[in-house]
Design a protein around this ligand. Structure first.
Ligand code: FAD
Length: 292
């Protein structure tokens, strides 16, 4: 199908983009890599009257290390972030998550920030943002505000962005020392959106106990979810196999009402979520131990 007609704008500065978005209110949509937006337009699931294309805005394609964070601008393509030396050195979980997204052709155009703004509940990067406690920097007609990832993801394809606002950048905290990480998922075919997935990070203290542990799930609710029930089982404890099995069981039990569809039942998603949390925690523990 072809998209319904819309007015097209290609601003060259962020201020101009914000002014155009403010002018058109909730009738306008931002376009970044177009990898989610264009299919939605073609299927007529989105019908904006105005499209504000960010691609000609200069200076938004940065990936940089700054104040203990990896900072990713709105036009940094997933492929560039996947290959960034700063990301590899400071937060390799981001690159691992991107490798699970679609195929190289999708990642060549798709942006990290676009994936966060799109907020598909089965997407990898929003779950990474929630697990790491990333910050979203939002620019709008009233200036800039910073939103914690936990508050940013509201519901299915819905984030804390008002009409007129653009997600300018995402700030991911760098991996602390003695921290391991993992992202694992089950998808019908490689490159498909996950039926369920888990992200984990685990920090070990000098005694080998878990001083910090973070677990997030994707594909099992209307947004990415942190799983404090699983984290509590491990915090302050040595992460041996029994403890990790108990954390995985806690994650499974905490999952009250996962979605059911033609691809997977709620019961299947709950079971797989528990299995993936166990797998992710074991892999994170191994990486933490190997890091010295
Ligand atoms: P666009 O498509 O341009 O925009 C998406 C939405 O976000 C739109 O509503 C747009 O208005 C909004 N938006 C974008 N940027 C901003 C901004 N800076 N500020 C405010 N709003 C903004 N994703 C996965 O996570 N996992 C997968 O396995 C996966 N597989 C895919 C397979 C295929 C075949 C395809 C085509 C896509 C797949 N994707 C997958 C989606 C891909 O990651 C998209 O690139 C991403 O979701 C959106 O990024 P984009 O830059 O293309 O955004």
């Amino acid at each position: 199908m072809k998209p319904p007609s819309f007015e097209y704008f290609a601003p060259t500065t962020l201020d101009e983009a914000v002014a155009l978005l403010a002018q058109h209110g909730d009738e306008a949509k931002v376009a970044a890599g177009g990898q989610s937006l264009v299919p939605m337009l073609n299927l007529r699931l989105a019908r904006p009257a105005a499209l504000v294309d960010l691609n000609r805005v200069t200076g938004l394609d940065y990936v940089r290390a700054e104040n203990g964070h990896v900072v990713i601008g709105a036009l940094a393509r997933q492929r560039a972030v996947e290959r960034s030396a700063d990301v590899a050195a400071r937060q390799p979980l981001i690159a691992a998550a991107i490798r699970l997204i679609g195929h190289p052709a999708v990642r060549n155009r798709g942006t990290v920030v676009g994936s966060l703004a799109h907020a598909d509940p089965a997407a990898e990067l929003p779950a990474v943002a929630v697990a790491l406690g990333a910050e979203m920097v939002v620019t709008g007609p009233n200036g800039e505000r910073v939103v914690a990832a936990d508050d940013f993801f509201v519901s299915y394809l819905t984030v804390d962005l008002a009409p007129g606002e653009v997600l300018k950048e995402a700030r991911f905290p760098a991996l602390p020392p003695r921290t391991g990480w993992s992202i694992v998922e089950v998808a019908r075919r490689f490159g498909d959106f996950a039926l369920a997935g888990a992200v984990a990070t685990l920090t070990l203290d000098d005694q080998g106990a878990a001083s910090d542990v973070r677990v997030a799930l994707f594909g099992v609710a209307d947004r990415p979810v942190r799983v404090p029930e699983a984290e509590q089982v491990l915090r302050g404890e040595r992460p041996d196999d029994d403890r990790i099995a108990a954390a995985a069981e806690a994650a499974r039990a905490a999952l009250v009402d996962p979605p059911s569809d033609v691809h997977a039942s709620a019961a299947y998603r709950r079971h797989v979520a528990g299995v993936l949390v166990g797998r992710a925690l074991r892999e994170a523990r191994e990486r933490a131990q190997a890091s010295g």
